[in-house]
Design a protein around this ligand. Structure first.
Ligand code: GLN
Length: 557
């Protein structure tokens, strides 16, 4: 049977959560026993987001096959079982790159190469490829309807409807229904205009997902239905929720999945969302809370660490805890004296995430020294593992000026240096060590205990590596290398055995964590942080009891 397609577009403004909506629909369809795949088209001209600043683009999500993709793919993987690869994210730049390569090869046999049909054909072929082995392919078109850049994608989905018919294609449009405080009214006009915009390029939406901060009353739904030419049942309240994991439940209460099945003439089983209900129950009923400090740059822009934040949430949910994350600007810890310590005191655990460039490194080293000496649980990811090695080399092994050649090419001690396989590679796009690589753990280490097995596979995105010339010196001083590539070339995990929980990994485990399958590294880090909190709480309480029982205190009462 050929796959059915759901096309998700967005209107009015960006950031309405199209990605989350697509992911949640995928989750709902899977909960009824259907198989899904998801893909996103990004209308910009970069070939991929790999070379873009986190300020511009947010996180770069890495797939197993080493594609640097849009962060919405992270939502797709967290909400569904879809196996994503470079086939699941296309930019205009990549479509054109492919077409121009064909043109140079002479594949077009002398024809004029045009947006229609050549670009649209390329887009349609990409869609059909991800739809191959599933019941439903959910295709998100990035950007906002009306943008010049997204026109070829919109035209391609119009053609898909033409080609495959109503029963195989469904247009879902995400819009905004704002509440205007001055008028005390919900406004439908932006939605009407957005649908008009879509109609002007030949697309009549079937379902409207209306982002709003309150439930849409029947009259509002009728009004939108009338003006936008959709059934009343197809005007869905997509109400803001405190936890993104509640979105599938909100959609199910509005009957979105039932509607999708009906419109696409699909047969499916009963919906089973028990596991998601349990997760959402935990979100709203934590037994206690835990506070993690993330020391990095770009911290004021949360999107740059999307998967990381979610993986920590998953780790906290595994212990039935509410997660508080505080983003600590690394440069703010470069005080030149010990005063930065006051900024770190309240955290139950510290984490240095991935990053590039030397800004903020000195602050990260201060935070790591603090965590190491004060026995605060520490988790270093990629850059956070490299900086942990640098701190150890400098402060424990006495190697003054030890550094990564990324931050100081003239350092006397290149504890971290350019990946051997990348020497001589200067181009920036797609040239890092990317994607899933196997790693072998040392028996009896913390890493082994955390994973409960000796062979693992994790996703990478880096250009520098640990320099094995320093292995003997650092391990003699107490650092343990607990994970390496099976051939022994690359160091993948380091840890400190004489610390309650100090671990750094060269890969990015956050990309593989899901709410229903929290990643063991995050689960155990959050667990250790909570234990640290309980220990400190007990110490504080003991100190208070002692104060209370002091004779002079008692006498004064
Ligand atoms: N900048 C470091 C490297 O390229 C770390 C990269 C990262 O944290 N993703 O190796």
């Amino acid at each position: 049977m050929s796959a059915k397609y759901i096309f998700v577009t967005g209107g009015v403004v960006s950031s309405l959560g199209k990605g989350l909506a697509a992911a949640s629909i995928g989750c709902l369809l899977e909960s009824r026993g259907l198989t899904v795949n998801l893909m996103k088209f990004d209308p910009y001209l970069n070939v991929d987001p790999g070379t873009m600043s986190p300020f511009q683009h947010g996180e770069v999500f890495v797939t197993d096959d080493g594609a640097e993709t849009d962060l919405d793919l992270g939502h797709y993987e967290r909400f569904t079982h879809a196996k994503l690869s470079r086939d699941n994210n296309w930019t205009t730049g990549r479509i054109y790159e492919q077409i121009i390569a064909k043109e140079r090869r002479g594949d077009y046999l002398g024809k004029t190469v045009q947006v229609i049909p050549h670009v649209t054909n390329e887009i349609k072929a990409a869609m059909k490829k991800v739809a191959q082995d599933v019941d439903v392919a959910i295709i998100e078109i990035g950007g906002t309807v009306g943008d010049i850049e997204s026109l070829p994608f919109i035209e391609a989905i119009r053609q898909m409807r033409q080609e495959l018919g109503r029963e195989h294609t469904l247009f879902m449009h995400v819009t905004l229904v704002p509440f205007i405080a001055a008028a005390q009214e919900l406004k439908t006009k932006p939605t009407q205009h957005s649908v008009k915009e879509l109609l002007s390029v030949g697309i009549q939406p079937d379902i409207l997902l209306c982002r709003t901060d309150r439930f849409l009353a029947k009259e509002i739904k009728s009004k939108i239905a009338l003006f936008c030419n959709v059934g009343e049942e197809a005007v869905i309240t997509a109400k803001d929720v405190a936890s993104i994991y509640e979105v599938p439940l909100v959609f199910s209460r509005e009957g979105v999945d039932t509607l999708v099945l009906k419109y696409l003439h699909l047969e499916a089983g009963e919906r089973n969302l028990a596991a998601w209900e349990e997760i959402v129950h935990r979100v709203y009923n934590p037994k206690d809370e835990v506070t993690i400090g993330i020391v990095g740059k770009y911290v004021e822009y949360e999107d740059s660490y999307k998967s990381l934040k979610e993986a920590l949430v998953h780790g906290a949910l595994a212990h039935n805890l509410k997660l508080n994350v505080n983003w600590v600007e690394a440069e703010g810890l470069e005080t030149g004296d010990q005063s930065y310590e006051a900024q770190l005191e309240d955290y139950d655990g510290l984490l240095v995430p991935g990053g590039f460039g030397k800004r903020g490194i000195a602050g990260m080293l201060n935070a790591i020294r603090y965590a190491r000496e004060k026995k605060v649980p520490y988790f270093g990811i990629c850059l956070g593992m490299q900086t942990a090695c640098i701190e150890f080399a400098r402060d424990v092994c006495g190697l003054a000026g030890a550094n990564s050649s990324e931050f100081d090419p003239a350092t006397p001690h290149r504890v971290i240096y350019k990946l051997r396989e990348l020497r001589g590679v200067e181009e920036l796009g797609g040239t890092m060590r990317l994607g899933a690589w196997p790693c072998r753990l040392e028996p009896g280490t913390l890493a082994h205990k955390i994973y409960g097995k000796l062979e693992i596979s994790e996703r990478h995105r880096h250009r520098y590596e640990f320099n094995r010339e320093y292995e003997e010196m650092l391990t003699a001083a107490g650092l343990r290398i607990s994970g390496s590539t099976p051939d022994g070339t690359y160091v993948e995990i380091v840890e400190l055995p004489d610390h309650p929980h100090f671990i750094g990994c060269q890969f990015h485990p956050e990309f593989k964590s899901k709410p229903l399958e929290p990643h063991p590294l995050f689960r155990t880090f959050v667990g250790a942080s909570y234990e640290h909190k309980l220990k400190r709480r007990a110490q504080r309480e003991a100190a208070e009891v002692e104060m209370f029982h002091r004779p002079e205190k008692v006498g004064r009462r």
